[in-house]
Design a protein around this ligand. Sequence first.
Ligand SMILES: [Zn+2]
Ligand SMILES: [Zn+2]
Length: 290
Amino acid sequence: MRLLFCGTRGSTPAPGRAHLRYGGHTSCIAIGRGAGPPALLLDGGTGLAQLDEHLAGEPFAGSILLSHLHWDHTHGLPFFGSGAAPGHRVEVFIPEQGDDAEAVLARAFSPPHFPIEPQQLGNGWRFRMLPEGERDIEGYSVLALEIPHKGGRTFGFRVSDETTSLAYLPDHHPLALGPGPIGIGELHPNALALARDVDLLIHDAQYLVEELPELAPMGHSCGEYAVSLAEAAGAREVCLYHHAPRRTDDALDELAGRFTESAVPTRMAFDGLVLTLADADRAGVTSAGH
Ligand SMILES: [Zn+2]
Ligand SMILES: [Zn+2]
């Protein structure tokens, strides 16, 4: 499995000189096989438009799994040029809520809030409700389970191919379920099931651990929780993701420094990061990117 991190911020885009190295686009990760074009996208934040350059004019054919419908996970959808190129096919899955996914999205994408409606994104766009559970999507096994966040149904995903797997929990508020074993959030069954023995856990690290008492009610978690979940679930590596929009490059470097000796190897997500997952008998996770 090959991952391209197109957007790694949470909440709102973060342009500016202090954010050049980690980037300022919001959540989107593209998944492909080897050198082939990506066919499975996790979230459609502003990072989604970064995929146009990667696809070099070719139409996108695949599925977008939306973890939930907050702006930072959907605002890239209308600006995805490859999703409008001739020959495109774009299946959008949203966490099940009612029976009309397009109508739910149209509450945010329609005049007067936005000039067009979802159906105007292109003839090849389809919108579907995704129930919890495991199913095949674009040749990957996808497990979707509800996780606590704030303000709207939110899923975490586990994506597996024949040899590798990842878990994706970009927005996660485990303190909502209790303090857990070390006081920073419950290691609850759905989080453990998603992260069980994965090669890579991509997890919300929007807050610093010392910010939790004040900020956790806003719906996110800290890197220390991500590592504790990885350790409990047997995940092989952690990627800290969904960075706070005001966290500067230097502050993110400082955050990275807190995890150099962590119980599970931990890396920072940044816009443009490319990771290749290899099966457990081989090299593990290898990286490239600027
Ligand atoms: Zn978010
Ligand atoms: Zn959110």
